[in-house]
Ligand binder design. Sequence first.
Ligand code: NAD
Ligand code: G3P
Length: 345
Amino acid sequence: MSYLDGSAPDKIAVLGAGSWGTTFAKILGDAAAGTDRKVVLWGRRQEVVDQINDLHRNPRYLSTTELPQNITASVDVKEVLKDAELVVLAVPAQTLREQLRSLAGHLAQDAVVVSLMKGLELGTDQRMSQVIEAELGLSSDRVVVISGPNLAMEIARQEPTASVVACTDENTAKWVATLCKPKYFRPYTVDDVVGVEIGGIVKNVIALCVGICEGQKVGDNTKASVITRGLAETTRLALALGGKAETMAGLAGLGDLVATCSSALSRNHTAGRMLGEGLTLDEVNNRMTQTAEGIKSGRAVSDLAAKIGVDMPITNAVVGVLEGKLTVDELGPLLLARQLKSEGE
Ligand SMILES: NC(=O)c1ccc[n+]([C@@H]2O[C@H](COP(=O)([O-])OP(=O)(O)OC[C@H]3O[C@@H](n4cnc5c(N)ncnc54)[C@H](O)[C@@H]3O)[C@@H](O)[C@H]2O)c1
Ligand SMILES: O=P(O)(O)OC[C@H](O)CO
């Protein structure tokens, strides 16, 4: 098997033909150019699968992107998983556990599983790598997380981007990194899976807050203050869970936080902006056509932080707004009225 001997796989499966799943399939397909390696996408909708197979496009999510010829798609998850030595997961975080239960028996022996997801499971407060290990019975050396400042639309346009490939096993991380390095995407390897996942999860909640600021038409000082203090509380949580401070200063921490909080392409930022403009959460949800993980993960982050005694005032305030306990006008004054303390506390 390829991850054990370091040889390239013949087939890679990507589950989830949404915005990021399709873009990441393109990354893998472009990186496999000139080889016999196949990339097979699983999608829920027959129409999306047909368009990928017939037109090499996914107009629903990436209207202008032409996909490489070595990508095919199917609605049959068993067929997609058959003999796939690398399996990449890009479905909404809150649906992952249920989906894994239906595919557990179909995973190829020794397959490595990659999570592209940036959410925390409601109710269990588990990270996606924990859900994958538990549901598929995998050891941590076969579970990889890829995260960073990776707005799908920009990468689909082949604008240069860096990312991190995280695994407790350095060889597995290196093996996966070699499979996703087309000329426009540069993966770095790290061993801090916890830090990488926490960075990706919490930045979505902070981006909701920055979006709220934008909707309320406050300026850059406010947004920079939220981003910086957001990184401070993200780092507190990551460290308390065993993550590393340097990860939070890296691509999956600061890098992703800046990209998500600054970009109109971000779904979390967009959802926050609509809340800031006065829309209710129901109205925002009705307008969203793609996944904004922070809306549901915010509560899980808040619960996890409370459980282990980590102070996360911005996250808690955003959750207050999402749950209708706080208005967007009350959010800023509430955060500013907190007791004074030193910046490093
Ligand atoms: N889009 C990005 O720029 C980006 C970048 C990095 C990470 N991510 C992360 O990747 C994950 C997937 O995001 P995305 O952007 O591809 O989302 P998306 O909303 O664009 O697509 C989600 C995909 O999952 C499928 N799906 C399967 N089961 C589903 C279910 N039960 N309910 C709803 N959809 C279901 C949908 O059909 C769709 O193909 C998220 O955790 C997100 O945070 C996204
Ligand atoms: O569109 P968002 O808010 O889910 O963010 C997408 C990516 O996570 C940015 O790195």
